[in-house]
Design a protein around this ligand. Structure first.
Ligand code: CA
Length: 232
């Protein structure tokens, strides 16, 4: 299987200089930063990228950062570290009450920020008991309930079809090799590749607008298949 992807950090900060500097710092520290300039973009990227942790400035141009905390908490347990201005004690308390996990006060040192991030990530991994929900384009795969939705409508899949799709979904955007898929679905990489092609064909007929020109389940010639990482 491919190696684990770097943790995704949704960085919500409207100050361009700080956002740029933090993006570079997070990248250099081995994370995958996704910058957002306001609450609307934060909400969009949160739903699309399912970040491992959120770094959140509370003073945003369109809406209060507190509304972002409320939305994220309504969806689950993604850790939130608040970037708070000095003298914003009341807001900090409100942020923690709403479910933020931690805060750093501006101006902060990079070492302190990275330490808080590591702690938040550890906390996130421990509390993430429930399996993920993967969203790409019009497709949503709820691993906990083993249910698949296309444009909000439940799609009926056979256990093997679901197994192929969920294996691809757990590697969203990355190719999964034929041997890895066979092993994951049939328990042996010696299983017949032809079966895999049949199940992928069935999945495409159920999920793709045009099964002859798939945009979700992509063939990686000579490698395997990839579930495309598309905006919703
Ligand atoms: Ca701000």
């Amino acid at each position: 299987m491919s190696t684990a992807a770097p943790p995704t950090i949704l960085l919500v900060e409207d100050d361009p200089a700080l956002r740029t500097a933090l993006t570079a710092t997070l990248k250099a520290a081995g994370y995958r930063p996704v910058p957002a300039v306001d609450a609307a973009e934060a909400s969009r990227w949160f739903r699309h990228y399912r970040p491992d942790v959120i770094l959140l400035d509370l003073g945003l141009p369109d809406q209060d950062g507190l509304t972002v905390i409320a939305e994220v908490r309504a969806a689950g347990t993604t850790p939130i570290v608040v970037l708070s201005a000095r003298n914003a004690e009341a807001m900090k308390v409100e942020a923690l009450d709403l479910g933020a996990d931690d805060y750093v006060t501006k101006p902060f040192g990079i070492d302190e920020l990275l330490a808080r991030l590591r702690a938040a990530l550890r906390h996130g991994v421990q509390s993430r008991g429930s399996p993920p929900v993967v969203t790409t384009g019009a497709l949503r795969i709820d691993m906990g309930r083993r249910q698949v939705f296309l444009n909000g409508h439940a799609v009926s899949l056979s256990p093997k079809e679901y197994s192929v799709l969920s294996t691809l979904a757990l590697n969203l955007g990355r190719p999964v090799s034929h041997p890895d898929l066979l092993k994951s679905v049939w328990g042996s990489e010696k299983a017949d590749l032809q079966y895999l092609r049949v199940f992928v064909g069935q999945l495409r007929r159920k999920l793709e607008a045009d099964p002859e020109r798939p945009v979700l389940i992509i063939t990686q010639a000579g490698v395997g298949y990839r579930l495309a990482d598309l905006l919703g």
